[in-house]
Design a protein around this ligand. Structure first.
Ligand SMILES: Cc1cc2nc3c(=O)[nH]c(=O)nc-3n(C[C@H](O)[C@H](O)[C@H](O)COP(=O)(O)OP(=O)(O)OC[C@H]3O[C@@H](n4cnc5c(N)ncnc54)[C@H](O)[C@@H]3O)c2cc1C
Length: 524
């Protein structure tokens, strides 16, 4: 899919960042020809086909993207397996143990924090692609519970539930490609998390095949039987074993769904309104508040220049001028509940000087909700890199987090005379705080190493700003390799030891996805 950038937005980018120079990309054939021979002994479940090894070598983080586009991929898995049954997964674990191989569980490959990269080293590496474990295994309609193979992708899962009158309601922006097992392993958050909850609220139980054995998590509605072991599996990033089955809490399909847009004169008013909506439990299913820079960018990307100019004039007359912030809000449920939610939300918005702009913007957002990632292709071809980063903090911390992250990014490449364009939104809000999600763009150099270096400078400046403001190093993307060095700042040394002890218990030989989440020497 392509995402054309309107002429006005192209001009704007050139003014802000300078003219982009489109890089030269490697072809798939060139990359495949660089794949070294596999170090794995033959096994009927393991493919050593070089193209499969290329396709499973990386995720979708910006460093992954730079490596994939330039063809400079540091290391490839030695083989790829596509198990279909739990027994085949156990067989692959036994095989890895017997030949000294490492295993990387692979869901949809949409990780954006370096979960899937192969650590260079002497041990062979096997990628275990769960894509064929994708069926509905059991539906308990009375209890609203559904069990799927962990490799089921978003659209297949929803289609299967919708055909039976249910929904999971989990729609991360990577919905089209990411998998149920990947969502659990990374603690993902869907766009309607306000109404349906994050994946940890939806994850009822499942089956983890670990090197030490099989861990079954029954789908109790609640339990006081000691610590909840589901929390061990959530966010385990392939370090503890392979999730093969996942039971989720589902709901009847909503009767109605509505989305609408409101513009606030200033960010402070938008934040105050959103906080009040969530603290007074208005039954909305989503809220997304954009900063002035993101609002301006969204309007520029919308095309329809004449219409947008008219809208802006109309908003300015009502007090929402150049510093305006766009809020998209949504409600799902019975018709009466949706009407009531919108009525309550709009009353709060009006109190904070919000200007209601109707449902069209909201419905445009829904129509294109999975489309904006494709913008990365177009921008790359225009000579610009785009990346996102995210955190969460209390309502007291949120304004400072937005400011500190954007400032760190904007000034990050100043020494080398390059500019960075950054903008932010809040899209997962809670009574006690919110996520902060920042997108940033910088100009590409013809040298991939230089592009990676620029990314490292920016990522490290923004991550240090997050830690200094007391935010979490990740609200939804996870740790992988990219956030690993910042984890101790929030977990503490004892917390990190506890995570290492979990890894040792479930994976005594240290064969599961080494180098991600927490650093651990084998046998440590
Ligand atoms: C364009 C884009 C938009 C995104 N939007 C969102 C968003 O809105 N919300 C959000 O939370 N995230 C988002 N992400 C990040 C990413 O999609 C999520 O982290 C997602 O949950 C990863 O799922 P996956 O199936 O692709 O897993 P993968 O990327 O394949 O794997 C991620 C990690 O999970 C492990 N894993 C995967 N499957 C299993 C399994 N069955 N058992 C054990 N471990 C497993 C892997 O080993 C790896 O460590 C986005 C990413 C992209 C590229």
């Amino acid at each position: 899919m392509t995402y054309p950038v309107p002429t006005g937005a192209r001009r704007f980018l050139e003014e802000v960042l300078g003219a982009g120079i489109p890089p030269r990309d490697a072809t798939l054939g060139e990359v495949v020809s660089r794949v070294p021979p596999s170090r794995l002994p033959p096994h009927p479940l393991v493919s050593t086909d070089p193209e499969q090894r290329v396709r499973h070598a990386l995720g979708q983080s910006l460093p992954d993207w730079i490596a994939a586009r330039s063809g400079n991929i540091p290391a490839f898995p030695d083989g790829v397996a596509f198990p279909v049954t739990n027994e085949e997964v156990r067989e692959l674990i036994r095989y890895a143990q017997s030949v000294g191989a490492r295993l990387i569980p692979y869901g949809g490959g949409t990780s954006v924090v370096g979960h899937l990269g192969v650590m260079p080293g002497s041990a062979p590496v096997l990628s275990v692609d769960l894509g064929r474990m994708n069926r509905l295994l059991h539906l308990d309609a009375r209890s609203c519970l559904a069990t799927f193979g962990a490799g089921v992708r978003g659209p297949d899962l929803e289609a299967c539930l919708r055909a039976r009158g249910f929904t999971l309601g989990h729609f991360p922006q990577s919905f089209e490609y990411s998998t149920l097992g990947g969502w659990v392993a990374t603690r993902s958050a869907g766009q309607q998390s306000l109404g349906y909850g994050r994946i940890e609220d939806l994850f009822a139980g499942g089956r983890l095949e670990a090197p030490a054995g099989t861990l079954i998590l029954p789908p109790f509605p609640a339990s006081a039987a000691g610590p909840d072991l589901r929390q061990v599996v959530l966010g385990s990033e392939g370090r503890l074993g392979i999730l093969t089955e996942v039971t989720v809490r589902i709901r009847p399909l909503p009767e109605a769904e509505e989305f609408a847009a409101v513009f606030f004169p200033h960010l402070e008013q938008g934040i105050a309104a959103v906080r009040e909506m969530v603290q007074s439990a208005v039954p909305l299913s989503m809220l997304r508040l954009s900063t002035p820079a993101e609002t301006a960018t969204s309007l520029a990307l919308a095309g329809h220049e004449r219409l947008i100019r008219l809208l802006e004039r109309w908003l300015a007359l009502r007090g929402a001028g150049p510093g305006k912030c766009m809020l998209i809000l949504g409600a799902s449920g019975t018709r009466a509940r949706v009407r009531q939610a919108l009525r309550q939300a709009l009353a709060i918005a009006r109190f904070h000087r919000g200007v209601y702009a109707g449902r069209r913007f909201g419905h445009e957002w829904v129509k294109h909700r999975f489309r904006s990632p494709y913008l990365r292709n177009t921008l790359w071809e225009m000579g610009y890199a785009v990346d996102t980063l995210e955190t969460a903090g209390t309502w007291t911390q949120v304004p400072r987090l937005i400011e500190a992250i954007e400032l760190a990014l904007r000034h990050g490449l100043e020494d080398e005379g390059e500019k960075v364009y950054a903008f932010t939104h809040l899209s997962h809000v809670y009574p006690h705080g919110s996520n902060v999600y920042t997108t940033y763009l910088y100009r590409l150099s013809p040298d991939p190493e230089e592009n990676l270096r620029r990314w490292r400078v920016l990522k490290s400046a923004a991550s240090r700003a997050i830690v200094a403001c007391g935010g979490t190093i990740s609200h939804q993307h996870g740790v992988g390799t990219d956030h690993l060095q910042y984890l101790e700042a929030e977990k503490g040394a004892l917390g990190i030891d506890l995570l290492r002890a979990l890894c040792r218990t479930l994976d005594p030989g240290g064969i599961m996805n080494p180098g991600k989440l927490v650093w651990q020497e084998v046998g440590q």
